[in-house]
Design a protein around this ligand. Structure first.
Ligand SMILES: N[C@@H](CCC(=O)N[C@@H](CS)C(=O)NCC(=O)O)C(=O)O
Length: 223
């Protein structure tokens, strides 16, 4: 039976899994979950898949996993992919940056998305203090990334790994949420490199954009 992934095409987290699976040649059965209708927040979804009501969720036989990074590590180990590094040293670098991404980077981009876009769908205004706090954290992390990428083409090693996909996640919504990233030329160039050299990253961007822009237009929201 095919590996199933539950998620909404507008989700930057799902995008990381779809992209990684595509690169690894893993066929996924996609099960749509409409986040704009709250389909991940039902008691059925929470009790069966993820008590937090968040997606994506992967089902592979008896294995049910949430958290995109864990799903990508699971998939990479299943097929022995080099996306997770080929030596122990490389693998620890990949893991270091994946954990860093969750702790220092994506969490603040998600906060901005919730304030600037999520709240608009329920008729609320953004809290400027929360956005300011998140922007401060994003600036600090972007400066570290920009310096790290000054003499590197990819985050860990000299080729694409899961660390790149994890750190690229916030770019899925950054134009809509107006993240302050344009002052970091190495970061901007690295993101463009991913779009230019990783077809699945470009393809999933189109999917995310179509879904979110369509939902915004449908709700009459102009950012
Ligand atoms: N750290 C989690 C983030 C999961 C997450 O925030 N998912 C969002 C979509 S990107 C979601 O399902 N939101 C549904 C909701 O808030 O109701 C991961 O990487 O999987």
């Amino acid at each position: 039976m095919a590996i199933q992934v539950y998620g909404d095409p507008g989700s930057g987290s799902l995008r990381r899994v779809i992209t990684a699976a595509s690169i690894m040649g893993i066929e996924l059965e996609r099960v749509p979950v409409d986040l704009f209708k709250g389909e991940s927040q039902t008691s059925d979804f929470k009790s069966r898949f993820n008590p937090h009501g968040l997606t994506p969720v992967m089902v592979d036989g008896d294995t049910i996993l949430y958290e995109s990074s864990a799903i990508n590590i699971y998939l990479a180990e299943k097929v022995g992919s080099d996306l997770l590094g080929t030596t122990p040293a490389e693998r620890y670098q990949v893991l270091q940056w994946m954990f860093w991404s969750g702790e220092q980077w994506r969490v603040f981009a998600t906060l901005v998305f919730d304030e600037r876009i999520g709240k608009r769908f329920v008729g609320q205004a953004e809290d400027a203090r929360i956005v300011e706090l998140a922007f401060g954290k994003i600036h600090a992390a972007a400066a570290v990334l920009d310096a790290h990428l000054a003499d590197r083409r990819f985050i860990a090693g000299d080729r694409l790994t899961l660390a790149d996909l994890d750190i690229a996640g916030p770019f899925s919504q950054s134009a809509r949420t107006k993240l302050p990233l344009t002052d970091y030329p190495n970061l901007v160039a690295w993101q463009q490199r991913l779009l230019d050299t990783v077809p699945a990253w470009a393809e999933t961007k189109r999917e995310v954009d179509a879904r979110i822009d369509g939902a915004l237009a449908g709700a009459g929201i102009v950012l």
